[in-house]
Design a protein around this ligand. Sequence first.
Ligand code: TRP
Ligand code: SF4
Length: 405
Amino acid sequence: MANVIARPRRVLSGMRPTGKLHLGHYHGVLKNWVRLQSEYECFFFVADWHALTTHYEDPGVIAENVWEMVIDWLACGVNPNLAHLFIQSRVPEHAELHLLLSMVTPLGWLERVPTFKDQQLQLRDRDLATYGFLGYPLLQSADVLIYKATDVPVGEDQVAHLELTREVARRFNHIYGVEPDFAEKAEEAARKMGKKNARLYFDLRRRYQERGEREALEVAHALLEEQANITMADRERLFGYLDGSSREILPEPEVLLTPAAKMPGLDGRKMSKSYSNTIGLREPPEEVERKLRTMPTDPARVRRIDPGNPEKCPVWEFHRIYSDDKTREWVWQGCTTAGIGCLDCKRPIIDAVEAELAPIRAHALEYQEDPERVRTLIAEGCEAARDEARETLAEVRAAMGLDYR
Ligand code: TRP
Ligand code: SF4
């Protein structure tokens, strides 16, 4: 069993191109992607269709932001040699899968996704009573399922979308993966792996079914992944037979909850474009410095001689992220005794943010000056993604009876 390698885990994640990226994206998402790209096979994409579901009235934002966003990713260390980077609308298979999944998705499932009502309330200035907006989480499901992603890094706000994705996959497999003689076909498929592997498979299946051993399930998955001599349909039967009675055509992904590294904004609230409290990844140093120098502090410190309370100050939130213990001690001591002024206090932050942004800006510049290179690496990413997407779609079409000629 030692030669059974772990099932290759595949990560998929997307970002909507609705504005310039800022430090919130860097600390909240991109640093995480950079870490994931060396641990998993990663697919990262620009969710341009998703942007249209809320911004259909201003299509200009898309073209404007797509390439800039890709440049920001690259500048932050997302590496096209490690991850497949692509644009959603350049892999039209997502749309076909979305359509096909829509056939089996009960309307109620979409209506009760919390973001549906929440966002409509939050974005009152837009008319979001559209079919496209209702279908947003299902399009997201298609994004994930078309790559058979095993892990999807998302924040808390997206967990409900992943839950929907899992339900849709389960329902799809149940409707299209059930065969009258499923068990016999699965047993027959197992024998095609050879005596030794078949025995191992049945043993692992028993351990999982009788004793609920997760590890046995994982080893069984690995065993199936490495079989080169069985057909796709047999593989799906064997996956499905481990814990159910239907072929697992679309595997259920797991949530990889992104640690809530909440980047504070300039006003102490979460950094977000809608609060206008951001520091852009490519803003010039003078502008970054100006923003930090003018950011609000503890309102009780009206005069330099008034002591303050860091807990009531947005600058302190920045120290939590950027400063070491020694500096934080200096801040705490100096603030509460009025020993330092707020500008003194901000100095290490200004320096730290600048140290973080300088290399990002420089990398971005390299890509800005070579748009051809960016176009090429995205074209390659799109091709790689399409190859995967086409395979899944062929299976889905066949399962739904659409492979007739
Ligand atoms: N809905 C996600 C967001 O707003 C973006 C997204 C679209 C996504 N498709 C995805 C994220 C698939 C993860 C997986 O942030
Ligand atoms: Fe905030 Fe620092 Fe001023 Fe205290 S000294 S109020 S922590 S900026």
